[in-house]
Design a protein around this ligand. Structure first.
Ligand SMILES: C[S@@+](CC[C@H](N)C(=O)[O-])C[C@H]1O[C@@H](n2cnc3c(N)ncnc32)[C@H](O)[C@@H]1O
Length: 243
């Protein structure tokens, strides 16, 4: 089963505990650290657009894209119900061409870990760069190898009263740095299965592709803090500028 296909209509139910509101605040804190005050913002791998909508409500002109058509369908349905004007497109980050530029782009919730092929990831970084105005900001987060080694992907919620129950089990291969997560969901009693594959990109690989693309002013944080990453950071935020 493809990832983010069958689960798309239930994604927001599953993510109810995710602190998107805090993430929106943290994103704006990182923008302030960079001295960037964007109007037009691009959400790279936006999923169902929860963060996109929050930032739209705060006055940013938002565009989002994602490779999964079912996720974009959900995002469009939600924006229309909320009366928000957001441009959503189905596109692969490695090939996207939206025909416009932004003052800032971000990609949250380990979306770039899903691009397991380093050449495709490099192309994705280049595509983001091409979509930014000079002085533009790119902020993104990544799961670390520590997160996979510590089995943070192994999660379950099978409480009887929960509408969407799930059981996730990850298999991490240290040599390839790839984790395959078998995800089982039960929605109103019906079972849905997806396999999610992520790679623990090395910090030096990420830094190399950012600088090669032309980005400068790299800052790295232990996620949701302004501290440097450490060996037990399970998620790291990167922030760079297009000169
Ligand atoms: C964990 S979800 C996060 C979605 C959203 N950013 C959020 O915070 O809820 C990861 C998303 O990355 C998308 N994705 C994975 N590979 C992609 C690619 N090559 N191009 C665009 N989107 C991609 C998936 O379809 C999925 O919606």
């Amino acid at each position: 089963m493809p990832s983010f296909g069958p689960i798309a209509p239930f994604y927001d139910d599953l993510m109810q505990g995710v602190p998107y509101r805090m993430w929106a605040g943290y994103y704006q804190l990182l923008l302030a650290q960079q001295g960037v005050r964007p109007t037009r913002v691009l959400d790279v791998c936006c999923g169902t657009g929860t963060l996109t909508e929050m930032l739209s409500s705060e006055g940013y002109a938002m565009t989002g894209f994602d490779i999964s058509e079912p996720m974009i369908q959900e995002a469009r349905r939600k924006a229309s119900a909320a009366g928000l004007e957001i441009r959503y497109e189905v596109a692969d980050a490695a090939e996207v061409d939206l025909g416009e530029r932004f003052e800032a782009a971000f990609s949250f919730f380990d979306s770039l870990n899903y691009i397991t092929d380093l050449a495709r990831l490099r192309q994705s970084v280049e595509r983001v760069y091409a979509h930014l105005e000079p002085g533009g900001s790119f902020v993104f987060d990544l799961n670390t190898a520590y997160a996979f080694e510590a089995r943070l992907f192994d999660q379950q919620d099978t409480r009887p009263r929960t509408r969407v129950k799930y059981n996730w089990v990850g298999q991490y291969d240290r040599s390839s740095r790839i984790i395959e997560v078998a995800m089982e969901f039960w929605v109103d009693g019906e079972k849905v299965v997806e396999t999610h594959v992520q790679r623990a990109h090395r910090p030096e690989e990420i830094e190399g592709m950012l600088f090669d693309a032309g980005f400068t002013d790299l800052r790295c944080y232990d996620s949701y803090t302004l501290d440097r990453p450490h060996k037990r950071s399970d998620r790291v935020h990167y922030a760079v500028l297009k000169p």
